[in-house]
Ligand binder design. Structure first.
Ligand SMILES: Cc1ncc(COP(=O)(O)O)c(C=O)c1O
Ligand SMILES: [Zn+2]
Length: 444
């Protein structure tokens, strides 16, 4: 009776219709017909009604569930929310002025402030709120997730709210503060001796052994459906879509979700063109960047998307982005190409410079993964891959709350004093030159 249902899931490979999450979870998140792991949600509601939601015709947006009609939950009583998803998109004029002054480009630069998400302060909150709601609706009591860090925190928070026990599997190098936060919610952390790939392996074995559902990763329909709302939010707040989307890249749920949103918007009466993706990896863990450059140099030969390095135990200052074995590259590589985009890297030795600059100018503290994305903007200017007239959206994915060590790297104004004679008066403006300098000099 698929016509009368609110939504169903469709297998990407064989087109089999999975009627609901009960069936999807029942088959351990594999297509019951062909075993494929990627399905996407389709809705019975007329897509043209999305325009009314975006224009707030029937009420103000208060969380990601403003888009309830196009989220895979049947009953509003199951919604688990902390008001995530309706975070600000802001014009960051100082970056546009910089682009004008040093690169002679007239562009608009926007920041998508995921650090302001009220759940756990990252752009994983929307995914976790929708997942918690779907899991609650389907009577799930135990769940598992492998994560480099932020998804673990978000799931820990929202699943606790839903009364669901969560087993988290994090790699050895995951941030201490990530581990601590998951603990505070009374969820179980399994810190795995090894890298993220190893954490995923043990999580999968745990799931198999006890028949416990494991988060489906970057293509999980709950996560993709949640994150697609970022496109709706840009339309709601900016009244247009950006030409370029800049995101720090680990597995790549963001680009997958944007592509899904643009597909969904077809037939809605809203014109939606896929933004060019500029996906940024930290230079010490950049397997997708390596694969991309290699494919590009050979002019994308047959099967290029299946050719990518698998880095063992990557050592990076940005553990949240430490996906050394990027199983999603076949999807992300193709999406990047489809969008006419690029996969680039940013030198992680400069992330404190980025966060210092942003804190000096905007008075907000951005975390390591956000700094990689913003750094990617400077790298893009340097490489000439941003064009005159374009509107750029930078995903500011997190604040600094999980990176106290990183905060310490930002110290630059301190003077150690032992008596009043050693204390100087100062003018805050004296630091402007210093915080901008690394970017004025960037790769010169
Ligand atoms: C703040 C932040 N930005 C970006 C990413 C990368 O996200 P994705 O897995 O969609 O590539 C992460 C992943 O953990 C993150 O926490
Ligand atoms: Zn199938």
């Amino acid at each position: 009776m698929e016509e009368t249902q609110k939504f169903h899931l469709r297998c990407e490979k064989c087109q089999y219709v999975v009627s609901d999450f009960k069936e999807w979870f029942g088959s351990m998140q594999k297509c019951p017909k062909c075993g494929h792991k990627v399905v996407y949600a389709e809705y019975s509601k007329d897509i043209s009604t999305l325009k009314d939601l975006i224009e707030e015709k029937n009420g103000k947006a208060e969380s990601v569930f403003h888009y309830f009609d196009f989220l895979p939950i049947n009953n509003k009583e199951n919604i688990i929310t902390a008001g995530e998803g309706v975070i600000p998109v802001e014009v960051w004029g100082f970056l546009a002025e910089f682009a004008k002054k040093y690169y002679n480009l007239d562009i608009e630069v926007w920041a998508y402030r995921n650090d302001k998400n009220p759940g756990t302060g990252t752009f994983k909150d929307v995914a976790a709120s929708v997942a918690a709601s779907v899991l609650k609706e389907n009577g799930i009591k135990e769940y598992a997730v492998a994560s480099t860090g932020n998804i673990a925190n978000a799931f820990a928070h929202y699943l606790a709210k839903a009364g669901i026990s969560l087993s988290v599997f994090i790699p050895q190098d995951a941030l201490k503060a990530n581990e601590a936060e998951v603990n505070t919610y009374g969820q179980r952390v399994n810190r795995v001796k090894g890298d993220y790939a190893k954490a995923k392996e043990i999580a999968a074995a745990y799931s198999e052994k006890h028949g416990i559902l494991l988060s489906g990763g970057n293509t999980d329909p709950m996560r993709v459906e949640a994150k697609k709302t970022m496109v709706f939010e840009w339309l709601r707040q900016m009244k247009k879509l950006p030409d370029v989307y800049v995101q720090a890249l680990s597995g790549g749920t963001g680009p997958i979700a944007i592509d899904k949103a643009v597909e969904d918007l077809k037939g809605s009466g809203i014109e939606a063109k896929l933004p060019r993706f500029i996906l940024v990896q930290p230079d010490q863990c950049a397997p997708m960047r390596m694969a991309w450059d290699n494919a590009k140099a050979k002019n994308f030969p047959e099967g290029w998307e299946n050719n990518y390095p698998k880095l063992e135990n990557p050592v990076t200052k940005v553990p949240t982005l430490a996906t050394g074995k990027p199983g999603t590259y076949p999807i992300i590589g193709k999406l990047t190409k489809k969008s006419n985009g690029e996969i680039i890297e940013f030198g992680e030795h400069m992330i404190a410079d980025i966060s210092r600059l942003i804190a000096y100018i905007k008075h907000i503290q951005v975390g390591p993964a956000s700094a990689i994305a913003i750094g990617g903007f400077f790298e893009s200017l340097h490489r000439g891959i941003i064009k005159n007239g374009e509107t750029i959206m930078i995903n500011v994915g997190e604040g600094v709350r999980r990176s106290p060590e990183f905060m310490e790297e930002m110290i630059y104004t301190t003077r150690n004093v032992s008596n009043i004679d050693e204390v100087e008066r100062f003018d805050r403006n004296m630091y402007a030159e210093q915080v901008w300098k690394p970017f004025i000099d960037y790769k010169k």
